[in-house]
Design a protein around this ligand. Structure first.
Ligand SMILES: C[S@@+](CC[C@H](N)C(=O)[O-])C[C@H]1O[C@@H](n2cnc3c(N)ncnc32)[C@H](O)[C@@H]1O
Length: 236
């Protein structure tokens, strides 16, 4: 017979495994909303833009996503490009080591919210500060309007799950990133907003030619933080 302490531990472990199994089975069997075309998704984000931050903030805080954003963005250096930057939720987390920040998104309404954030940070200073040189621009992540090797750091948080051409967008991240620079990615498997919820992000990163430096997983592996670098000038 197991001592009481150990049997409690075994019971707790079994309950956790059972609960996890139930959750995974539920997620796999739950009907998913239909996928949208690129234009439909852009319209969807345009509709959501004003309420987007209120919609995701509590969830991000309680799930630890907010802390992960901070951790990822804190590593940015020099001239930085953020693709699919949305409402600018990362703006206040970029460190002083960022000399210039370009935030792109294909949805103008999302960027308008980001522009308001920048303006408020300028007025407020202090707490909600963001880099002093910020440019917001409408652009498609799969055809970035920049020369090769233009940025020291390229960032994407939760963009790839909504791209129609995710591998191409990852290639573009690598192309625009200087040799020795860094491409940081944070992804979460969600089926909200008509996004692709079950993508093999690490497989796509490998296919794009980015070299993975480190991977961290949370939430039963459904949230992934990847630090990558462009594998430039290397034989494939
Ligand atoms: C889930 S939101 C994430 C926004 C932001 N990165 C964040 O972490 O809060 C996905 C964003 O990707 C943008 N997006 C979707 N497809 C895009 C594309 N092809 N090019 C650029 N942005 C795109 C959407 O407009 C939206 O702002």
């Amino acid at each position: 017979m197991l001592p009481v302490g150990r049997s409690r531990l075994a019971l707790a472990g079994a309950s956790l495994a059972y609960g996890t199994g139930l959750f995974v089975a539920y997620e796999a069997s739950r009907p998913k909303p239909p996928l949208l075309t690129c234009e439909q998704r852009r319209d969807r984000f345009a509709e959501l833009a004003q309420g987007y931050d209120g919609d995701v903030h509590c969830d991000e805080q309680s799930s630890g996503i907010l802390a992960w954003r901070q951790e990822l963005v804190a590593q940015a250096r020099g001239r930085v490009l953020e693709i699919a930057g949305g409402t600018g939720r990362n703006l206040e987390h970029f460190p002083a080591a960022v000399s210039e920040l370009v935030v792109g998104d294909n949805c103008e309404a999302m960027l308008q919210v980001a522009a308001r954030r920048v303006a408020e940070a300028r007025v407020g200073g202090g707490a909600a500060c963001c880099p002093s040189a910020v440019t917001l621009a409408v652009m498609d992540a799969s055809a970035l309007p920049f020369a090769d090797d233009s940025f020291d750091t390229v960032v994407d948080t939760f963009g790839v799950c909504s791209f129609e051409a995710p591998v191409q967008a990852l290639r573009e991240m690598g192309r625009c990133c200087k040799p020795g620079g860094a491409a940081h990615r944070l992804n979460r498997h969600v089926d909200r907003w008509g996004c692709y919820w079950n993508r093999d992000i690490e497989g796509m990163v490998a296919e794009s030619g980015l070299r993975v430096v480190s991977v961290q997983r949370r939430h039963l592996g459904t949230t992934v933080m990847l630090r990558c670098e462009p594998a430039k000038g290397e034989a494939s």
